[in-house]
Each structure stands twice: as structure tokens, then as C-alpha cells.
Design a protein around this ligand. Structure first.
Ligand SMILES: C[S@@+](CC[C@H](N)C(=O)[O-])C[C@H]1O[C@@H](n2cnc3c(N)ncnc32)[C@H](O)[C@@H]1O
Length: 467
């Protein structure tokens, strides 16, 4: 390590859950460096102040890590989607394994009897079955040309610059047809669609075109486009649908439009019209068939979700179970896949559309007799004792993990086994400590890489009741 003025040359030691490289300044301060990868020697401005950690900018890559590989995507460095694409996949796996085990040691203070090596993804690119792209009347360009300002953007937000999006020309997480489709949509909006003036503006909260959501099932070959706009009944969506079907024959099996007039930057809303097909996407996962409405939640990497759920089955174990609860069940995938392991399975989910979808999938797969779904807040339902007493509980909460009161109720229910599926090692480790304090033993921890090149990591943990 060498020091010059306020800058220091440091070696990146690891990757944070967030994708930044982590290093330590001479003062001991922990620095998070966007764009830094483990093994890189980087020059950064370390800054002053008493805070024990800080986000700093990478000023210069002094010496690249030997684990660096060429990134495949031209947008690498601008798009925040794949911060690890420039890191060899084996090194990505090592870092993700460490994110999970470090959190369990540091936050949970826990040792687990069995920690599995991380389950790698088989497919490293083109694995996403759903992508959302935003419109903005302000396009972000790396080299702005004052003579020819870009009209509008359709793609992804540049991290930290929320009002602008860059024109996405390629994305290797989804199949190549998506970029072709975006190019056609851009061309239409530029000409017949009203141009930049008709595109959503975050400041004025005006503009017709808002989001494009693409879904694909590799198993069934279906592809669904959802155009999210701010008003119903506009003939431009029909004209665009007709243009896409003519220019890209056979690419889309369905096109729908959704209206979202509110200020929230989310690609959801009320279904407006089905413009092509029946408005549904058929998908297959783990031997079951799903019919998904455009807004229905579904795991975004189908093939790896299949492997994740096979692992959940292993964690649940082969012993016969009378009653099993699947809390935070989304579209019910785990509950349905565990239907053959228990006499009765109950799923709980907050979002009514997801519950409706889960019930539909149960019907579709002939499982409605054995699997039922409750719509509501997990805490409320536990509090009101509306749920059956389970022998086994599976939880798959959002990033924030379990509310402490949910943990308290689970301890009262006292299932013999609890399987915790998590997308955030820090909250899982925090909750694990509460479960251990309440009389459970962590017997197995299995990290899973669902999303190569991103910083995301999942982990399945099993707890057994002591005594
Ligand atoms: C990580 S997803 C689980 C996905 C699900 N296992 C699947 O594969 O379809 C978390 C789910 O918890 C739901 N959720 C969030 N807060 C909730 C709450 N308080 N009560 C019930 N469900 C909740 C979300 O709507 C989301 O569907």
C-alpha cells in the first residue's frame, strides 16, 4: 500500500453485498469501491471524517486483478446490472460463498453443522425469463453531442442518475431477441409514437410511454410483451403491436398493455388490453405447468429456480409430514412442489394477484385438494391463529427478512423443522440468531448462485427444534 495526498493505492479484498469492491484504507476505514474487483490494485480518494466506512470512487485501476476476464457486454461500467461480469466465474462463486458464511459468523455469531459449497448456475448468460426496461425523456449518453442531443432513452437507469436511462442495445442476461424488440419499439416511438414529448418525464410526471416488460419461457417457447403506459384506450399501443408483429414475425406469442398513471417508478398497473394472444405466459418448472398473468410474480431464472427448489426439498427431508406451511409463498411454487411431501400444504402471501395465481396453478396441476393459499400478512395470520399447526415450515421472505414478531410466533408454533430460503445473507443471519436463541439448531446451510454476474446470492438454511 502506498499513500499520496488524500489518495491511496490499495488492493481490493472482496466483494460487498451490493457489488462494490471492499478494501481498507491506512486509517483502518473500510472503503466500498464501485468497479473494483478482488485482486485489483486501485487508486482511490480515501476522504476524511470519523465514519468507519465510506463509498469512494475508483480514480485509477493501477493493476488489474489476475481474476479479471473480458466482460461480454458493451454497457459494462454504465449499467449497474452485472457488477461482477468482469470477474472469473469461479471467483464470483468464492465471493458469494463468503458473503453468506461471513454474514452468519459476523451478524449471527453462528456455526452451522454443515455448510455446502455454493450451488453454481449451469447457464451463465441468457438466464433471465423477465426484464423490465424504462422510458425516459432524458437519454443518458457517455459522450453527449450538443449538436444532436439524444431524443429519449429506452433501457436501464444509470446507477445514481435516476431521471435518465441509457439506450440498451444488448443485454446478455436475456435472449438476444429482446434487444431487437427494443430497437423496433424505439423506432416506432420516435416516429408514430410521439417522440421524446410522449415519453415519461420524472420531473413533470407526464408522458405516455413508461415501461416495457418482456417475459419468456424457454420450456414452452412463449414470449410475452407488456407495454406499460399512463392512459387507457390510446390507439398507439395497437399500432405498435401491429408493427411488432409485422416486423418481427413469430417472435411474440402475446402482447398486452397495462396502465400505470401514478408517480411510482414501478412497471405495474391495471391490465388495459390484450393485443395479441391470450395475455398469459405458459411456463414449466419442476414438472409443473404455470399460466402466468403479465404482472404475476415468478422466479426470474427458471432453470436455477428448479435447482433451488430441488435443494429446498432436500432440506425439508424425506420424512412424511402431515402439515407444512409455506410462508411468503408468492405464486406458490414451493408449496406446489412440496405437495407430494405432506398431507396438507398451506401457503401464505400478501399480494392478492400472487395468491390468485397460486390458486390457479394448483387447479391447473390438480393439486387444489392438497394445497391451499391464504391471502394476508404473515404476522397477522400467525397472530390470529388462522393457520394450521405445522410440523415443517418453509419461509422465503423478501430482502428485509422476518419481522422479530414473526420469529416469536414461529417459536410458539414450534415446528420440528424450519427451512429458511433467503435472498439476503445479512437478514437471514440476524433471524438465524433469534431462532437459535429460541431453541433451534442450524443443521445445514446451502448458498446458491441464482444470478451470475450480479451480487445477488440466495441461501437455504435448515433449523431443527432442540428437544
Ligand atoms: C422472495 S418472494 C417469495 C417467492 C416464492 N417463494 C416463489 O417462489 O414464488 C417473497 C414474497 O413475500 C411476499 N410478502 C412480502 N411481505 C409479506 C407479508 N408481510 N406477508 C405475506 N407475504 C409477504 C411478497 O409479495 C413476495 O411474493
Amino acid at each position: 500500500m502506498s499513500t499520496s495526498g488524500e489518495t491511496e493505492i490499495l488492493r481490493i479484498e472482496s466483494v460487498a453485498f451490493g457489488g462494490q469492491g471492499v478494501t481498507r484504507a491506512a486509517s483502518g476505514r473500510v472503503l466500498f469501491v464501485r468497479g473494483g474487483l478482488p485482486g485489483d490494485r486501485v487508486e482511490v480518494r480515501v476522504g476524511k471524517g470519523r465514519r468507519r466506512h465510506a463509498e469512494v470512487r475508483l480514480l485509477r485501476l493501477v493493476e488489474p486483478s489476475p481474476e479479471r476476464v473480458a466482460a461480454r457486454c458493451a454497457h459494462q461500467g454504465v449499467c449497474g446490472g452485472c457488477p461482477l461480469q468482469g470477474l472469473d466465474y469461479q471467483a464470483q462463486l468464492r465471493e458469494k460463498q463468503a458473503m453468506v458464511t461471513d454474514a452468519w459468523q459476523r451478524i449471527g455469531g453462528l456455526a452451522v453443522e454443515r455448510v455446502d459449497p455454493i450451488l453454481p448456475a449451469e447457464r451463465l448468460f441468457e438466464y433471465r425469463n423477465k426484464m423490465e426496461f424504462g422510458f425516459s425523456d432524458q437519454a443518458w449518453t457517455e459522450t453527449p453531442d450538443p449538436e444532436q442531443p439524444a431524443e429519449f432513452g429506452l433501457g436501464q437507469h444509470v446507477p445514481g442518475i435516476y431521471s435518465k436511462v441509457f439506450d440498451l442495445l444488448e443485454c446478455h442476461l436475456q435472449s438476444p431477441w429482446t434487444a431487437r424488440l427494443l430497437a423496433e419499439i424505439r423506432a416506432f416511438v420516435r416516429t408514430e409514437g410521439g417522440g421524446a414529448g410522449a415519453v415519461w418525464n420524472v420531473r413533470t410526471q407526464q408522458g405516455f410511454w413508461r415501461f416495457v416488460v418482456l417475459r419468456e419461457s424457454r420450456a414452452t417457447g412463449e414470449r410475452l410483451l407488456n407495454l406499460v403506459v399512463n392512459a387507457a384506450g390510446d390507439p398507439r399501443v395497437e399500432a405498435l403491436a401491429a408493427r411488432l408483429l409485422e416486423r418481427l414475425p413469430g417472435v411474440l406469442s402475446g402482447i398486452v398493455s397495462t396502465v400505470h398513471a401514478g408517480s411510482g417508478m414501478v412497471a405495474t398497473g391495471q391490465l388495459d388490453r390484450v393485443l395479441h394472444g391470450d395475455g398469459l405466459l405458459r411456463e414449466r418448472l419442476g414438472g409443473l405447468t404455470y399460466e402466468l398473468a403479465p404482472q404475476a410474480f415468478f422466479q426470474t431464472n427458471t432453470e436455477q429456480a428448479e435447482r433451488l427448489f430441488a435443494l429446498v426439498r432436500e432440506h425439508v427431508g424425506a420424512e412424511p409430514v402431515r402439515t407444512l406451511l409455506d410462508l411468503y409463498c408468492g405464486t406458490g411454487a414451493i408449496a406446489l412442489l412440496l405437495a407430494d411431501r405432506a398431507e396438507h400444504v398451506t401457503g401464505v402471501e400478501l399480494v392478492p394477484e400472487a395468491v390468485a395465481s397460486a390458486r390457479r396453478q394448483a387447479e391447473l396441476n390438480g393439486l387444489a385438494e392438497r394445497v391451499e393459499f391464504h391471502c394476508g400478512d404473515v404476522l397477522d395470520l400467525l397472530r390470529s391463529q388462522a393457520l394450521p399447526r405445522p410440523e415443517v415450515v418453509v419461509v422465503d421472505p423478501p430482502r428485509g427478512g422476518l419481522h422479530a414478531k414473526v420469529v416469536a410466533h414461529l417459536l410458539e408454533l414450534a415446528p420440528r423443522r424450519l427451512v429458511y430460503v433467503s435472498c439476503n445473507p445479512a437478514t437471514q443471519a440476524r433471524d438465524a440468531a433469534l431462532l437459535v436463541a429460541g431453541g433451534y439448531r442450524p443443521v445445514r446451510l446451502s448458498p446458491v448462485d441464482m444470478f451470475p454476474h450480479t451480487f445477488h446470492v440466495e441461501a437455504v438454511a435448515t433449523f431443527e427444534r432442540v428437544g
